[in-house]
Design a protein around this ligand. Structure first.
Ligand code: C2E
Ligand code: MG
Ligand code: MG
Length: 640
């Protein structure tokens, strides 16, 4: 017989209370700890019901012939208290609903399609009332349009008997208009001729927190880190399997970005099903997922990887058409986790990289692959993270690269972060940002960078009101719920003129949910801050990004500039991009101009500004200040 989980045990108990109160029993010990209190309260209620039931029988057995109800009525009488509960007025429902904090309760009489939902969900989501007719469709209205298909598919599978449990995570809009991540678990209790079918369950409110990935509704990398930390604290052994989707760009190119997200969402949901009762699943950045289980042998891990690969290859559909994905995988086992969580993640990513690049997707164990240089890199990352967490950002500093007009007039500078240490020397951002982005500490670092850049250049801005400082922002920062308000509060606290600040967003930002992105951009732009699209042309949806989001400027990546003198394709791309931006009323900065020949070609397309080694490499603050010592704007003259 299938082993029931805690919630199923509770529902079984409630059902027995309804139909056969004297037989109903619940073993609290079999419930997970978080359901103990609930279980105890239901047992108390059960006692009450049994008592009423016994009284009903006593009356029926002891009364006169006339008073004695017919067999039929007696049966009815026996489950009348319970019928109240199916009538959904029962106290059990209230007790259950009241004692679950972020967990809402619903129960639906499938014959009448009338259901009762807990008061708290009615209030939170502005539903019409606790008692609703056709609540499934009312609730559907609250669910994010992108998630509705997932919700309906899962419900249909339950109602058609394909599976017993409804278990799906989606976003639902609350009364304030914010999307909340909800996990809904439901169970269909068949009446089996004794009464109506009942569909009952709980909806767990994860809140508007940044622990859940917006595309797949799976836990995100932060939650992964937190879970690792907890495992470390209690010395819980874990087994980690990371799977990545190879060549996902192909999907985006073929079906478009929105469908790409749907594929990720479906794959995420399938992984959740795969991991039910086995462990947890998280979405890391991009197309990587981690499956966390208790410590397992290599054979078990290998078979889990195979199951995930089979799902990816055979079970994903967009409408009618099957989408076949190929995975790569890396694994790690810990009897005891001893290192920083970010280092664990870096090891997983490393193993995944080897699987993808050298092993054609075969599962790779980190222990087998560890090379000296990888180990060194991980140690360096560990040192950098410690600088953020425990040493007040020691070792971090900013350099500034001037941005100029064609005649060399400096109109601003981009702040570029570095980290330096006695052991590791100067470390460029490209070495640590992609890894650090996965750590919560990166958010703090981002704010520190912004604050430092503003504090350092404020004196220049005061004397040269046209000077603009550009600060890089990564999509990880944007995903943070406090990002926009934190930026504004720093700008205000420092009394920095917002129109002199440009935030550069990399194209990876497009992986942030579009509405979140738009909301952030609008909020910041309304308050005077300008937004630039950085590394323009390197992502998969550059032009769509221009169309859909409001940018003030774009920075064309140096990849298109490096060979432009000899490469007509790059010339064509540059020319049409500049033309297109101009049509949108957006200004263009060209990055990576290293020599005069390149400048000549680029200048023929008339971008607005330049940034490149030809004019200046990144310089220290003191050098930037020196440039601006004299009144008027400085000019960097280029030697022909
Ligand atoms: P980016 O924002 O596109 O910055 C421009 C990068 O191109 C800088 O490298 C700069 O030194 C380099 N560069 C500029 N002109 C030339 C040139 O003519 N030739 C060549 N070969 N390179 C040129 P850097 O400083 O290594 O930064 C790399 C990337 O790291 C940045 O790309 C940005 O994405 C990221 N980054 C840097 N600082 C920060 C930061 O404070 N926060 C965040 N989130 N990311 C940062
Ligand atoms: Mg930049
Ligand atoms: Mg760039």
């Amino acid at each position: 017989m299938k082993k029931l989980n805690g919630e199923e045990l509770l529902f079984e108990y409630v059902r027995d209370l309804i139909y056969a109160p004297q037989e109903a029993s619940l073993e609290i010990d079999k419930l997970p700890e978080n359901l103990h209190r609930l279980g105890e309260e239901l047992c108390l209620l059960g006692e009450g019901l049994r008592h009423q039931d016994a009284l009903a029988h006593q009356f029926a057995d002891g009364g006169t012939e006339e008073e004695k109800p017919s067999e039929e009525r007696r049966t009815e009488g026996a489950w009348r208290p319970a019928a109240d509960m199916i009538g959904l007025g029962g106290r059990a429902f209230e007790a259950f609903a009241e004692s679950s904090d972020e967990r809402y309760l619903f129960m639906c009489n499938m014959d009448t399609n009338v259901s009762r939902w807990s008061k708290s969900i009615v209030e939170e989501f502005g539903l019409p009332g606790e008692y609703m007719y056709d609540a499934g469709n009312i609730w559907l209205e609250c669910i994010h349009p992108d998630d509705r298909e997932l919700y309906l598919q899962d419900l249909n599978a339950v109602f058609s008997g394909e599976k017993q449990n409804h278990d799906v995570t989606y976003r639902a809009k609350n009364k304030q208009g914010n999307y909340i991540v909800c996990t809904c678990k439901g169970y269909l209790l068949k009446g089996d001729g004794l009464g109506p079918d009942i569909f009952a369950g709980t909806i767990y409110n994860h809140g508007v927190i940044d622990d859940v990935d917006h595309v797949t509704s799976l836990y995100n990398v932060y939650k992964f880190m937190e879970t690792l930390r907890k495992c470390k604290a209690v010395k819980q052994p874990v087994n980690l399997l990371v799977v990545g989707i190879s060549q996902f760009r192909r999907i985006n190119n073929t079906y478009g970005y929105i469908c790409g997200n749907q594929v990720l969402q479906k794959f995420g949901q399938k992984l959740r099903e795969l991991m039910r009762n086995r462990g947890m699943v998280f979405r890391l950045n991009g197309t990587k997922f981690v499956l966390m289980t208790e410590i397992a042998g290599r054979e078990e891990t290998q078979s889990l990887y195979k199951e995930a690969s089979d799902i990816a290859r055979n079970e994903l559909y967009l409408g009618e058409s099957r989408v076949s994905l190929v995975l790569c995988g890396g694994a790690l086992s810990f009897r005891k986790i001893e290192m920083e969580e970010t280092a664990v993640l870096a090891e997983l990513e490393y193993a995944l990289g080897i699987s993808k690049q050298e092993e054609q997707g075969e599962l790779v164990y980190f222990d087998d692959t560890l090379h000296g240089s990888a180990r060194r890199k991980l140690e360096m990352i560990d040192a950098i993270i410690r600088s953020v967490l425990y040493k007040d950002f020691s070792g971090f500093y900013l350099m500034y690269q001037p941005q100029v007009q064609i005649d060399g007039t400096v109109i601003g500078a981009e702040a570029l972060v570095r980290w330096k240490d006695d052991v590791w020397g100067v470390v460029p951002p490209i070495e640590f940002i992609p890894i650090l982005e996965n750590d919560r500490c990166f958010y703090e670092l981002g704010l520190w960078i912004l604050q430092t850049a503003l504090a350092s250049t404020k004196p220049i801005v005061q004397n040269h009101p046209d000077f603009k400082i550009s600060v890089n922002v990564s999509y990880r920062q944007l995903e943070h719920v406090d990002f926009k308000t934190d930026v504004i509060s720093i700008v205000q606290k420092m009394d920095f003129p917002p129109q002199n600040l440009i935030l550069e967003l990399t194209e990876h930002c497009s992986s942030v949910q579009q509405t979140v992105l738009q909301e952030n951009l609008d909020y910041l732009r309304e308050r005077g801050i300008r937004i630039a699209a950085d590394d323009f042309g390197t992502g998969h949806s550059s032009l769509a990004l221009l169309r859909d989001l409001s940018f003030d400027s774009i920075k064309i990546d140096r990849k298109f500039i490096a060979d432009i003198v000899v490469n007509p394709a790059d010339q064509y791309i540059l020319k049409s991009t500049i033309q297109c931006a101009r049509d949108f009323g957006i200004s263009v900065c060209v990055e990576g101009v290293e020599d005069v020949e390149t400048l000549e070609v680029v200048d023929s397309y008339k971008p607005n500004t330049y940034q490149g080694f030809l004019f200046s490499r990144p310089i220290m603050l003191s050098q930037l200040e020196r440039l601006f010592e004299a009144p008027g704007s400085p000019r960097l003259v280029v030697e022909a």
